[in-house]
Design a protein around this ligand. Structure first.
Ligand code: ZN
Length: 279
C-alpha cells in the first residue's frame, strides 16, 4: 500500500491515480494524514478493501506523507562507509538527535539555503504505526507503518559550531526535512533491510549505497530507542546517511543556489528540489 498527502489530505495512491481517504471512507479516516497512523490496524483493514474511483493528480500536489509528527528521531554515523569517510569510529550506541518538525516539507519544490555549507544526506525514514515501548528487535518491523524517502539537509557550519557540537538546529532550517513522495508499507518490499539509496545534484551521482550497510538497522533502532522513549504512531526515524556527503570530500563540496537535488530510494520513489539563495 502507498499512502500520500495530496493538497493536505490523506490519500491512497494506486496505479490508476489517487483515492481521497476522507471521501472514500465517509469521514471515518482523514483528511488529516495523522488519522491513519493513530488507528493504523483499522486503517489497514479499511484500505485493503476500499473500492473507490481513483483520480489523477500532479506530482507538485504531493506534500510530506507525515506532515506533523509528534517526535522525529535522526541518527548520525549510521553507515559503515560514512563513518569511515568522516574519520570516526563506529558508534557503540546510536547517535541520536532531532530534526524539529517545522523543518518538514514535501517531495518537490524549492528549498532556501541557509548559507554556503549546506550538505545533502539521503536517508531512509521509518514511520511508526503503533505505540512502541521496550520492543525486541525480532518484533520491531511489526511496529512500522511504512518507509519513505527523506533528506537530512545539514548546515555544517551551524551543526559544528558548538563544542561539543549540537546537531539538531543546523539540520532544522525550514525545508531541511523533505519527505515523500509516498509512504510504502513494509509488505511491499522483498527485503526492506536492503534498499538502494541515492542523491544526485544536477544529475551527478553524489551518494549511491544500500541500507544493508547500516550500523544499526531498522529493528535495532526501534528496539534501542523504545527502551528509552515511547514511540508513537506517526513518529519518524531518519535512519542516517551513507557515504558520499559533501563534507567527506577534499575540499568539501556543498549545495549552491540554482542546483537541482534529486533523492531516491528503491521501491519508494524520488524527490526533486531546487536550491534557492536566501534573500
Ligand atoms: Zn543524517
Amino acid at each position: 500500500m502507498r499512502i500520500a498527502t495530496i493538497r493536505g489530505r490523506l490519500t491512497l495512491v494506486v496505479p490508476q491515480g489517487a483515492i481521497d481517504v476522507a471521501d472514500a471512507s465517509a469521514g471515518r479516516f482523514g483528511p488529516d494524514p495523522q488519522s491513519a497512523f493513530d488507528d493504523w490496524d483499522a486503517f489497514r483493514r479499511w484500505a485493503d478493501r476500499v473500492d473507490a474511483q481513483a483520480e489523477p493528480y500532479a506530482d507538485d500536489e504531493l506534500g510530506p506523507p507525515v506532515p506533523a509528527p509528534r517526535q522525529v528521531f535522526a541518527v548520525g554515523l549510521n553507515y559503515v562507509r560514512h563513518a569511515a569517510e568522516s574519520g570516526l569510529p563506529l558508534p557503540a550506541e546510536p547517535l541520536v538527535f532531532t530534526k524539529f518538525p517545522s523543518s518538514i516539507t514535501g517531495p518537490t519544490g524549492s528549498i532556501t539555503l541557509s548559507g554556503d555549507t549546506v550538505d545533502w544526506e539521503v536517508e531512509l525514514v521509518v514511520v511508526i504505526g503503533r505505540t512502541a515501548r521496550d520492543v525486541d528487535p525480532e518484533e520491531a518491523w511489526s511496529y512500522v507503518a511504512g518507509l519513505t524517502v527523506g533528506q537530512d539537509l545539514s548546515d555544517r557550519s551551524v551543526q559544528n559550531a558548538g563544542s561539543p557540537p549540537q546537531f539538531s538546529l543546523g539540520k532544522s532550517f525550514a525545508g531541511y526535512a523533505p519527505l515523500g513522495p509516498v509512504l510504502v508499507t513494509v509488505d511491499e518490499f522483498d527485503d526492506p533491510g536492503d534498499l538502494r539509496v541515492s542523491t544526485l545534484v544536477d544529475g551527478e551521482v553524489r551518494q549511491d549505497s544500500r541500507t544493508s550497510d547500516l550500523v544499526f538497522d531498522v529493528p535495532q533502532l526501534i528496539s534501542r530507542l523504545s527502551r528509552i522513549v515511547t514511540l508513537g504512531p506517526g513518529d519518524l526515524i531518519f535512519t542516517g546517511t551513507p557515504e558520499g556527503v559533501g563534507l567527506g570530500r577534499t575540499p568539501p563540496l556543498y549545495l549552491r543556489a540554482g542546483q537541482e537535488l534529486v533523492t531516491e530510494i528503491e521501491g519508494i520513489g524520488r524527490m526533486w528540489h531546487r536550491m534557492e539563495a536566501r534573500s
